[in-house]
Ligand binder design. Structure first.
Ligand SMILES: NC(=O)C1=CN([C@@H]2O[C@H](COP(=O)(O)OP(=O)(O)OC[C@H]3O[C@@H](n4cnc5c(N)ncnc54)[C@H](O)[C@@H]3O)[C@@H](O)[C@H]2O)C=CC1
Ligand SMILES: O=C([O-])C1=[NH+]CCC1
Length: 312
């Protein structure tokens, strides 16, 4: 048996990982995970090491899915960077292991996986929770996650208007120059979110930027940033008035400042809606608080490796 590992760079991972293949796998694994109590999926809450001198953290995200033959870990760093920095804030590498023998079978870029699987999971939340008539999409932030969210949301849904806001307006302007469709650049968060049906928050903010008083009743918010217990993107009003869904209850309780500091109650996991245990309260204002899960990386990496193997 060969023990040499396949090595895949960002360009290859980006090419091989398509939303059409990825979304059903994420739905399946999140639905199974949320049944708990099964030995089919093992995923501890991620271990985080703070890198205080450099305003960053390192997260280690292992997952074991015996039935699917997946043993995986992602290592991800995130730094709060100056706007316009040429260095990405999120960096990641994913390792796949041979579950029986323990050697590494693939080493792949994790930036593309992180960008695409996070956006795909937010899109799943929007499929379930966005208002039936959703005409306006608003994206807060203009970084990697903002871009992957733009790509998948405009691929899956038809919006009449897309708006983007970023701390520095020129960054939002730069963001839209690369895009196919028309996007309105907004000067303030308030201007961007008033009347929006779907709002994505994908920023490095550590204080609330989105306030409940601006949010249209019934809107859906996919909240992707603020992944530390003392960081916020959403204010208390929004957190307490909305129906709050999370990707993983244990992760949310340990890591989400929006949940911990607002005292908001978690209604259910996204996977519990997917597997039919809890309803999608589409008619209410809904927040999906995403923190990211090792199982999402694991199924993404397996998919990438399968595709690569099919070509070689
Ligand atoms: N939920 C999940 O699974 C994941 C969440 N993330 C989180 O998503 C967020 C965005 O990540 P990336 O797009 O990779 O970063 P990025 O650096 O590419 O983009 C960050 C965006 O946030 C803006 N920003 C930074 N500080 C801000 C502040 N104080 N107020 C308002 N805007 C601010 C920047 O201008 C930029 O537009 C981060 O918080 C990151 O930790 C990242 C990966 C996965
Ligand atoms: O799930 C993930 O990869 C991350 N969540 C927050 C920063 C990176």
């Amino acid at each position: 048996m060969s023990e040499s590992a396949v090595s895949l760079n960002k360009h290859e991972v980006e090419r091989l990982l398509t939303y059409d293949d990825l979304i059903p796998r994420l739905e399946s694994v999140m639905g199974k995970f949320s049944k708990r109590g099964s030995s089919e999926i093992i995923q501890p809450v991620r271990s985080v090491v703070l890198i205080q001198q450099h305003s960053g953290f390192l997260g280690v995200m292992p997952a074991y899915l015996p039935a699917e033959g997946i043993l995986c870990t992602k290592m991800v760093t995130f730094y709060q960077r100056e706007e316009g920095s040429s260095v990405p804030s999120t960096r990641a590498t994913v390792l796949l292991f041979h579950p029986e023998h323990g050697h590494v079978t693939a080493i792949m870029d994790g930036e593309a996986i992180t960008a695409k699987r996070t956006a795909a999971v937010s899109a799943i939340s929007a499929k379930l929770f966005k208002p039936a008539l959703s005409e306006v999409l608003c994206i807060l932030g203009s970084g990697q996650q903002a871009r992957s969210h733009y790509d998948v949301f405009t691929k899956l849904f038809k919006f009449k208007e897309v708006r983007v806001w970023s701390r520095r307006k020129e960054m939002a302007q730069r963001f839209v120059t690369d895009l196919q469709g028309p996007v309105t650049v907004c000067s303030s968060v308030k201007e961007a979110v008033i009347g929006a049906d779907v709002i994505v928050t994908a920023t490095g903010a550590s204080q609330p930027i989105l306030f409940g008083e601006w949010v249209k009743p019934g809107a859906h918010i996919a909240a992707v940033g603020a992944c530390r217990p003392d960081w916020r993107e959403l204010d208390d009003v929004l957190m307490r008035e909305a129906v709050v869904y999370v990707d993983c209850r244990e992760g949310a309780t340990a890591e989400s400042g929006d949940i911990i500091l607002s005292g908001a109650e978690v209604f259910s996991e996204l996977g519990e809606v997917i597997n039919g245990s809890f309803p999608a309260q589409r008619e209410k204002t809904t927040v999906f608080k995403s923190l990211g899960m090792g199982i999402q990386d694991a199924v993404s990496a397996k998919l990438v490796l399968e595709k690569w193997n099919s070509e070689h």
